[in-house]
Design a protein around this ligand. Sequence first.
Ligand code: MLT
Length: 261
Amino acid sequence: FLLPDLARPEDLAGRTAVVIDVLRATTTIAHALAAGAKAVVPCGEVEQARQVARRLGADALLAGERGGLPIPGFDLGNSPAEFTAQRVEGKTIVFTTTNGTRALLRCAGAECVLLAAFVNFSAVCTELAGCDKVAIVCAGTDGQVTREDVLLAGAIVDDLVGPHPPLSGNATGSDRPIAAAHKAERPAWRLNDQAEIAVDAWRTAVRLLTDRPLGMALRASQGGRNLIEIGQENDIDLAAQIDRFDLVPRYDPASGLVVRV
Ligand code: MLT
């Protein structure tokens, strides 16, 4: 689903949902958990986040953005670089962003909700190898489809349906191949048109990426342009680090927590 609004409740029920907000919410959550944060609590609204943090007390850190910028009074913004072990280890991050956390909350009716970014691409693909019903949900930006999320959705679809030639360091900006060798047995996938569009976009981009690192493609996206405008271009390079982390954040709607699996 290229936007959260395109995923109806019946599209999510009984499926593993994979929520994507490459720039930057799902990338940032992966950084937070990799740096030792205990959990992330996604909140739709700023005031709700403040209340949750008050209830949690000293263990909680407030984080997130509006318009890409840190929210007044919050401990952290939405830059992955801020989520160091020094700042977040052992803490519960109460997190609200404009599009990413809302997309996540919208998927609460799915059987299982995973969070994907390029930084944990192969870990997500490995987790999905055992699933036969998947709903990939792109956060987009303010109701608009965004290229960075569609590219990752396409990369995941490509990995699910394979086979494809392994991607090399030249193609991805990483010196590790990004396709895991976990898919000898594949279910016969039936894709909706949005998945077909995403995988077409990814395969086209991969050809171009032979000469240009992924960060260049992400710069030429809505989310990339937004970050450049607010002076946070460095975060694009952090978001383009394929397979930096071997973890998958999972959202449990019953507890309201995102934890690593
Ligand atoms: C969002 O959730 O809208 C994004 O993560 C925005 C951002 O890059 O800060």
